[in-house]
Design a protein around this ligand. Sequence first.
Ligand code: ADP
Length: 474
Amino acid sequence: MRYGLKTKLSLAIALVVLLTVALISLLANIFIGNQFKGYITNQQQKSTQEIVNRISQQYDTQSKKWDVDFLHTIGMYALYDGYIVKVYDLEQQVIWDAETSDMKLCTEVMNDISHRMMMEYPEMNGQFTTKEFSAMQETEKVGTVQISSFGPFFLSKDDFQFLDSLNKILISIGLLSLLISIIVGFLLAKRLSQPIMETVRLTKQISNGDYGVKIEEKTSTKEVQELIESINHLSGTLESQEKLRRQLTTDVAHELRTPLTTAQTHLEAIMEGVWEPTMERLQSCYDEMSRICELVSDLESLAKVESDNFKLDKTWISPLELSQKVLENFETELKNKHQKTSVTGSASEIFADKARISQVLINLISNAVKYSPDGSEMQVTISETQNTVVFSIKDNGIGIPENEIPFIFERFYRADKSRNRLMGGSGIGLAIVKSIVTAHGGKVEVESRLNEGSCFIVTLPKLNEIDLPSKNNY
Ligand code: ADP
């Protein structure tokens, strides 16, 4: 059986309050009961003494006589209070006796008290006991007073009523706090569970593919707020992933369409006899096919670098040597464009995947060649810090518009589209650069000014902590 968070929380709060109230009531009852018993015992001792004092004063030392009328009044009052009084003179003659005065009332009082006390305090095993006191006037003994009362203590009707009201008040307070706690607990549980329930609802929505949703619910509970933020972040990431996935399909289709349509129309015209299959036209079809092959192999490289089980085949490589070797491959192109190049600087070896870093340099240098006019200059500079090696590839070519710089590392992104289509390129080269550099634990940055030139800076760690090979092993 599963219960909701709200029910569980409400019940837990109510249970805690119930236990607390019960414990407080129990302790209060025991404490007040004990205090009350002590107070009553004390009070009864005082009352007994008071009765004895008042009786003693009814003896007239001059006439050596007792005022029996007053004794009767005092004795009857005492009887109503639960004390059965008997007064003797010095000769042990009974002067006044409550039982002789009103036997019926005495029995009634005794039964009444015994019955009440037996009912309420059966464990006390109380009974009527008689105590004897000397009736004194100053230092002279004038008689004896016998007082019987229920011991060790007894409670009057008023005392019982007082205890009863006290219990009622305690029970009412308990019930009231329980009621308040149930209401407060319910409201608190509702406040706490509301955002969680909302989060669950929206998470379900997200798992059904509705990535755009955001949980707007705000809560003062830190953990719940963190949960909401994480889910919002997750949903945002999923949304952008989904967008990228869709974008990729559109981009691939778009990139393939232009060369395919061109090749198709050319071939159609040749097949229908509209065009002569001249070398020039076949070459144009071949070029379009080459573009498609290039695009597909670029996509393949990117997919490989981005795949989960992409592994770098690391060795110790010299940055300067590698840059020089890569640049040599561009000899013809550079000559054709009358571009001057130089590789300067030096750096110690880095532990990296040679083929991939070559790919990075090839992509960056080929861009520097492609996006620079005839007769321009290109510089490859190598430098190092304590832990990193920096390659910078600087050209004074066409540059990149400032607002496009943040996007050029994205797949298929080409700055200034109209201009770029003429220059070829699929917009994947820099995405591959970024993936390879990131896989090495490095970063790639760009500084560029339109019509002035660009500088791509690749920073690679000399050695990643996780690699930790001994240099001599390579
Ligand atoms: P492409 O195949 O189009 O060159 P890249 O991913 O290599 O694709 O580059 C993305 C875009 O960045 C290019 O289309 C171009 O607009 C811009 N770009 C890259 N390198 C340079 C550079 N050296 N000078 C000017 N623009 C550049």
